[in-house]
Design a protein around this ligand. Structure first.
Ligand SMILES: C[S@@+](CC[C@H](N)C(=O)[O-])C[C@H]1O[C@@H](n2cnc3c(N)ncnc32)[C@H](O)[C@@H]1O
Length: 282
């Protein structure tokens, strides 16, 4: 298929689900390998290739992604993380959010720049930031928030397959499971949980956390436009939003929505055709 692993990340799940045994990016093409032809709702062409271990080839081609204080890596790449950077281990191919998409990388960078110890209620002399990740996918942003010191990180997603994938990623990053549906960050004691659904009162009440100091969401501009009032409802005064998944030409939609709902100090960063906006609830 034409494109790169970045630009086609949204299609990778379809390829894995259809039985791909490996993926690689070469010369502006994404090659997906199958043992036999599959019926795929994607553009591209089929070609016969001699027998080879594509899984091994794919693993060799996949690169770790430095992002803020982290390097996002597949489970077999932890030894490749440079000293001073924290490995954030994400299994490839289960849910969106391997770090290979610019929006995920920018969101991890933006979270890394927030001071988690400066927001949130004071509990036993420490501020415990509460972070909500809307559209958590692999759980990568909620995991990053927890590893940055959030007292509570909650990831929600309307796609049920993401929830076990996100919990598995938490386990791979050393989070401990007490069997209560909430996992614990062994370094900070912070709590992390993933739940199927979206940012709505019923789900957040069920979780027992209806107020957040940071809301991060990697969705798309038109959906941010619809949801930004709900971000404002759950976010505390002075809290941060980190919004991405926004094509640069749709940025005005998100900036107008943030202004409409009383957010201030909007700042934009861009990577190629993608944008990320941070703003504060005032
Ligand atoms: C682009 S992926 C982002 C994954 C991950 N947070 C990241 O940054 O890489 C968007 C995710 O949002 C989920 N999603 C889409 N609409 C949603 C909604 N209204 N509420 C919650 N999740 C939603 C999708 O199922 C998908 O997993």
């Amino acid at each position: 298929m034409p494109g790169t692993l970045d630009s086609r990340e949204a299609d990778l799940e379809t390829l894995w689900d259809a039985g791909a045994t490996g993926l690689e990016e070469r010369a502006g093409l994404v090659r997906a390998y199958f043992s036999e032809r599959a019926d795929l709702p994607l553009d591209g062409e089929w070609a016969e290739e001699p027998e080879q271990d594509w899984q091994e080839q794919f693993k060799r081609d996949l690169k770790p992604v430095p992002a803020g204080r982290f390097t996002i890596v597949a489970p077999w790449q932890t030894a490749e993380v440079a000293a001073g950077s924290t490995p954030l281990v994400i299994e490839v191919g289960m849910a969106f959010g391997t770090g290979h998409h610019a929006t995920t990388r920018m969101a991890v960078e933006a979270l890394s720049e927030l001071d988690m110890s400066a927001v949130g209620p004071v509990v036993e002399g420490r501020r415990l930031a509460r972070v909500l990740d809307v559209g958590t996918g692999s759980g990568v942003l909620a995991l990053a928030a927890s590893m940055l010191g959030a007292g509570l990180a909650v990831g929600v997603d309307i796609d049920p397959i993401t929830i076990p994938a996100a919990f598995e990623n938490a386990r791979m990053n050393g989070f401990t499971d007490s069997g209560t549906g909430v996992v614990t960050n062994p370094e900070t004691g912070g709590k992390l949980l993933f739940a199927e659904g979206t940012i709505d009162d019923a789900l957040l009440s069920e979780i027992g956390a209806t107020a957040y100091d940071v809301v991060v969401a990697n969705l798309y501009a038109e959906l941010h436009d619809v949801l930004v009032g709900q971000y404002r409802d759950v976010i505390t005064d002075g809290g941060h939003v980190v919004l991405t998944g926004i094509l640069t030409d749709r940025l005005p939609i998100v900036l107008a929505a943030l202004e409409r709902e009383g957010f201030s100090d909007a700042r934009v960063r861009e990577s190629g055709e993608w944008a990320l906006v941070t703003a504060r609830a005032s």
